[in-house]
Design a protein around this ligand. Structure first.
Ligand code: HEC
Length: 456
């Protein structure tokens, strides 16, 4: 279909208000004119019906042009089209009768007006589903009403950050508010439906749009990070884009492997992301470690030196001396000088993120004194089993992320057996086997191991 026709088609969404207004006015006049005392009103009815019928016809034609854009696939789309066309035919009929068969018109016209009102309501209802998704109308409806129309149970609002579900509470609402106009079950531009995680993972016309664990390689992430003027930028058509914070959260979520049936507390969330998530959900970034503060005070000068050398340093909370440390420029390799400073503050570091910093066993040996460390992210580095032997000294460790260290095997994992506080281990992209995982699980009760072993 030519661009010009598609251009005209867009006016459907503007034009459609006219027949709605016209039919309501005409029906009101029809019922008033039934009363013999207001007989003079009858004279305007043919004109009113003509306007109604004409505007309905134009709207249907524009609608069919708009439909030609494609992407309108679901049942709401066909229902909208059928009711709309039916309504337009009905208005032509009413006009015809009103002009050529007045007796018949006054006998049956009352019924006809009711049918037309019903048809215009149905058309509008299905049209609304197309633009907002079928549960838009009842989003804030009382639960019984939602049940009646088969909407999913509304999630209770999250009150504690750690309990939030990364998909249902965080990412899905973001996509719903910014993308669902064009990517819902009924209207799938680019054949992409973002209304559920399953449909998101199915992808669109060019295949998968999200590669779990690889945001930078995911079409969906690329499209929201393009310059806004780029023709592939999403959301299209100058619709309100995601905020920079939301884009960062999206990146974190995809890189974390699109987690869904879990809570944030079970995921490796660095301190920056925690703050973003808290802000997005309107919650305080509560940290249960803040309560008991037994960390050594780190001299202000040392913290300043750390920051100057390229670390991002924050306090666990206002009241605490505990530190949360990560690299300032993501992806930048650590230097020996930086590690020397890190080791000096070792007695207070509670959370340490060394993802993609070029860490190896030798560098890890420089920071072997981390008595209060609870969360350690070593993902995407060159750590081997020998490095894990050193980690076995981090007695307070609760979470360790070893994603993307291909040299780590079962023998390395065995070094973690003595870490009694250990609750979560991330192992995607290592050479650990199922047997190795089972053996770790047998020594550490209830430990949560994420990441299946490589097939071999
Ligand atoms: C105003 C309508 C509109 C909105 C809003 C919108 N999109 Fe799109 N989207 C489109 C259209 C049209 C296409 C198909 C054309 C194209 O590929 O650029 C598309 C295609 C896509 C594709 C490629 C699908 C494939 O496999 O080719 C992705 C990914 C995508 N959109 C993501 C998003 C995301 C994420 C958002 C929300 C931030 C969003 N879109 C909001 C209209 C929209």
């Amino acid at each position: 279909m030519s661009d010009f026709l598609l251009f005209l088609g867009r006016f459907h969404v503007l034009a459609l208000h006219l027949p709605i207004g016209m039919v309501i006015l005409t029906v009101i006049v029809h019922w008033l004119a039934r009363d013999y005392r207001k007989n003079s009103l009858q004279q305007v009815l043919p004109l009113l019906w003509a306007c109604t019928a004409f505007s309905a016809l134009i709207t249907v034609i524009l609608g069919l042009l708009h439909f030609g854009e494609g992407g309108f696939t679901g049942s709401s789309a066909s229902a909208h089209r059928l009711w709309g066309i039916g309504f337009a035919i009905g208005t032509q009929l009413a006009w015809f009768l009103c002009v050529f068969n007045v007796t018949f018109y006054w006998r049956w016209g009352g019924w006809l007006t009711l049918v037309l009102l019903a048809a215009v309501t149905m058309t509008g209802h299905y049209g609304g589903n197309l633009t907002h998704g079928s549960t838009y109308l009842v989003e804030y409806a009382p639960e019984p009403v939602r049940n009646l129309v088969g909407a999913e149970e509304r999630r209770a609002s999250v009150t504690e950050l750690s309990q939030a579900n990364p998909w249902h509470d965080v990412v899905s609402p973001m996509l719903q508010s910014r993308c669902s106009n064009c990517h819902n079950a009924d209207k799938q531009n680019g054949q992409l439906d973002l209304s559920s995680l399953d449909s998101l993972l199915v992808g669109g016309e060019s295949g998968a749009v999200v590669l779990p664990g690889n945001a930078a390689g995911s079409d969906l992430y690329k499209r929201v990070t393009l310059p806004e003027s780029h023709e592939n930028f999403m959301p299209a058509e100058g619709k309100t884009p995601l905020t920079a914070d939301q884009v960062a959260i999206l990146r974190w979520w995809i890189d974390a492997g699109v987690p869904s049936e879990t809570s944030l507390s079970a995921l490796p969330v660095d301190v920056t992301t925690t703050a973003l998530l808290a802000f997005e959900l309107g919650l305080a970034p509560v940290s249960d470690i803040a309560a008991e503060d037994s960390y050594a005070v780190v001299a202000k000068g040392l913290i300043e030196q750390m920051v100057a050398s390229g670390w991002l340093v924050r306090k666990v909370s206002q009241e605490s001396n505990g530190l949360v440390v990560s690299i300032n420029a993501i992806g930048q390799p650590v230097s020996r000088e930086m590690l020397v400073l890190l080791a000096e503050a070792g007695g207070s570091i509670v959370e340490l993120n060394l993802a993609s910093t070029g860490m190896n066993d030798e560098l890890l040996a420089m920071i072997s004194e981390m008595p209060v460390l609870e969360s350690l992210n070593l993902s995407n580095n060159g750590i081997t089993n020998a490095g894990l032997a050193m980690v076995s000294g981090f007695l307070n460790l609760e979470t360790i992320n070893l994603y993307g260290n291909p040299a780590i095997t079962d023998a390395g994992l065995a070094h973690l057996r003595g870490l009694e506080s250990l609750a979560s281990v991330y192992l995607w992209g290592t050479a650990v086997t199922d047997a190795g995982i089972a053996s770790l699980q047998s020594s550490l009760d209830g430990i949560n191991v994420q990441g299946q072993a490589l097939p071999r």
